[in-house]
Design a protein around this ligand. Structure first.
Ligand SMILES: *Cc1c(COP(=O)(O)O)cnc(C)c1O
Length: 413
């Protein structure tokens, strides 16, 4: 995490002191590093150099327009899961012709919007969706480009809530049924078959499951070719993990190597849908210690960020490293908690911190599934977001105002 390092005893984001950001923008604030985003993208671009490939950034991991715009300028496409995310792609200057649309519950309105904007591909997740899409395309006089999202039934060995490729879950169609469904799709003139899609899970640290999934996708592609169905692309999804604690995370190149070996000699374009690995370690959540509360069994550091700002610890029992922005005084062991009225409202447990009240702390690896999973629980306004670029700081989302939170609400007459 070299873009968030200590200089002369205090943490910086690139060339900007986090203390300066807190003074200017307040806390809690998500702080992103543009250099970290660019570097994570370059790791994919380098690993894929010389091969026909397209990166589709998974918008749900962080959908701030400025972040999406950084990737759009680098030439990426986008993986979306809602009509709202399509609107963001357009507002961020992204190219709809490089958009793939995943998700099990696409509505007719979302299909119409995506067809009207000419997205690259629908990743269709069920037979029922296939038929609805054909019907909506017909009503617009258009053909819908599709891939079937297949479920290769490989175990990605990750958290059960974020594994998606096993038989027992709601995503995609079982790979054993896929061939039959492709033949059905081929008969529908409103559909244009473009590829095969799969995404087996998130925070993957072992390259073997994705390579195994790729093997199954290639076997399906060969079987379809024998039936005269040609494919433009194979989409292997996202999922590469990041280092939150002391995990051993393969370099992007090493993670992709076994997958690329399986695809060697295939003529189809490769699509990947990374989210977390592009943004996760490009952001920290900057927060202030409001109170230190000492108890008989444990001490609490009560900070001004909470589960509504960063849900992952409460939701998945996820670990995020927490550090003092400027350590001082005597270190002690604290549960780092927010002010929300839930016992599950913790950001970290049993952490050694040298802090005093009103000091700043940084919660690391908060760039992915941080702001996008935030809520207004307890009528808490959402945090501000800033992006650091060298010595410059740009406000990329203003802190919400309390009035905004109930602006759409009405009293009874
Ligand atoms: C969430 C998701 C991704 C991104 O996953 P990461 O683990 O963030 O890389 C990609 N594709 C699909 C279909 C997803 O649901």
């Amino acid at each position: 995490m070299k873009h968030f390092e200590s200089r002369d005893g205090a943490l910086y984001a690139e060339d900007v002191a986090l203390e300066r950001i807190a003074a200017e923008y307040g806390t809690p604030t998500f702080v992103y590093s543009r250099a970290a985003l660019t570097e994570a993208h370059a790791a994919y671009a380098d690993a894929l150099a010389g091969r026909d490939a397209m990166l589709c950034y998974a918008v749900k991991s962080n959908s701030n327009l400025a972040i999406m715009n950084v990737f759009a300028r680098l030439g990426t496409g986008f993986d979306i899961v809602s009509g709202g995310e399509l609107a963001r792609v357009i507002a961020a200057g992204g190219d709809p012709a490089k958009v793939v649309f995943s998700g099990v519950g696409k509505t007719r309105d979302e299909m119409r919007a995506a067809l009207t904007h000419g997205i690259y591909c629908f990743n269709v997740e069920s037979e029922a969706e296939l038929h609805r899409l054909a019907e909506v395309a017909a009503s617009l006089g258009k053909r819908a480009p599709i891939a079937l999202r297949v479920n290769p039934d490989v175990d990605p060995k990750t958290h059960p809530y974020i594994s998606t490729g096993l038989k027992c879950n709601k995503f995609g169609v079982p790979i054993a049924d896929a061939h039959r469904i492709y033949l059905e799709a081929a008969k529908l003139p409103q559909l244009e078959i473009r590829g095969i899609a799969c995404h087996i899970g998130s925070q993957l640290l072992d390259p073997a499951p994705v390579a195994e999934a790729a093997g199954k996708v290639v076997a399906l592609a060969e079987a379809l070719n024998r039936d005269g169905i040609e494919l433009r692309h194979l989409d292997l999804g996202g999922g590469l993990g990041i280092r939150y604690d002391d995990e051993t995370v393969p370099a992007t190149r090493d993670y992709l190597a076994p997958l690329l070996a399986v695809l060697a000699g295939r003529k189809e374009r490769l699509l990947l849908e990374p989210g977390r690995s592009l943004v996760g370690n490009a952001g920290v959540l900057l927060s202030k210690v409001e109170y230190l509360k000492r108890g008989e069994e444990r001490n609490f550091a009560i900070i001004d960020a909470a589960m509504n700002d960063l849900a992952r610890p409460a939701l998945y029992d996820a670990y995020h490293r927490i550090a003092e922005v400027r350590p001082r005084g005597k270190a002690d062991i604290y549960d780092v908690v927010g002010p929300v009225c839930e016992s599950g409202d913790f950001l970290g447990r049993a952490r050694e911190l040298a802090v005093e009240q009103e000091d700043l702390v940084a919660i690391f690896s908060a760039g992915a599934y941080g702001m996008t999973m935030s809520s207004n629980y307890n009528t808490r306004a959402r945090a501000a977001e800033v992006m650091v670029d060298g010595e410059s700081v740009h406000l990329i989302r203003a802190r919400e105002r309390i009035e905004d939170l109930y602006a759409g609400e009405r009293l009874l007459p």
